[in-house]
Design a protein around this ligand. Sequence first.
Ligand code: ADP
Ligand code: ZN
Length: 207
Amino acid sequence: MKIVLLGAPGSGKGTQAAFIKQKYNLPHISTGDIFRDNIKNNTPLGAQVKSIMDTGMLCPDDLTIEMVKDRLRKPDCHNGYLLDGFPRNLFQAESLNRFDAPDIVINIEIDLNKIRRRITGRRSCPKCGGSFHIDFIGDVKECPNCKGQLIIRKDDNPETVKERLAVYERQTKPLIDFYESKGKLVNIDGDKQIDEVFAEIVKVLEK
Ligand code: ADP
Ligand code: ZN
């Protein structure tokens, strides 16, 4: 199954992706994670995107699309994929449709006012890729999964969050209509407990 996850920053996309990956054994391809790995490992790609990501704007389409194409060519994607953070604008969506169109697009809906609080309370684990909220785990330093050191993502500061939300409104939100018109879209209410949201997703995927 080829799945695209849509949703604003802070909608819980990444969290749900981890659950879907585990249950359905699909490769979880998060363009944000791939970019962050490149920055961490000081690759040329990382150097190209670092300052852009810090502002909250989108990385260049050509770089991003090539990166995803390469990833989707790997053998573990032959049975399907779970794309998280891609496509993020119409150009990327049209391009994906030409080289490896999704079967289903899951749009996690959430009120924009709730999102700010969700993002500013977020703590991430660079070691296992987990992401947690201080409302649930408390303001701890250690990852509940792997005991790695939790960090606050550099782009989770209020200024950058504002820009990321604006980019979402302007560029990513139109993808909802795009996939709706192709009959691929399913909306999921993201303003519920994590396990309830996941249960909704499972219901949709097993239809
Ligand atoms: P979130 O969904 O929480 O905003 P991501 O981890 O998906 O964050 O992405 C973080 C940053 O990585 C984005 O703000 C953007 O700069 C870059 N990025 C991720 N995916 C894409 C993409 N498909 N196209 C362009 N830039 C991207
Ligand atoms: Zn961890």
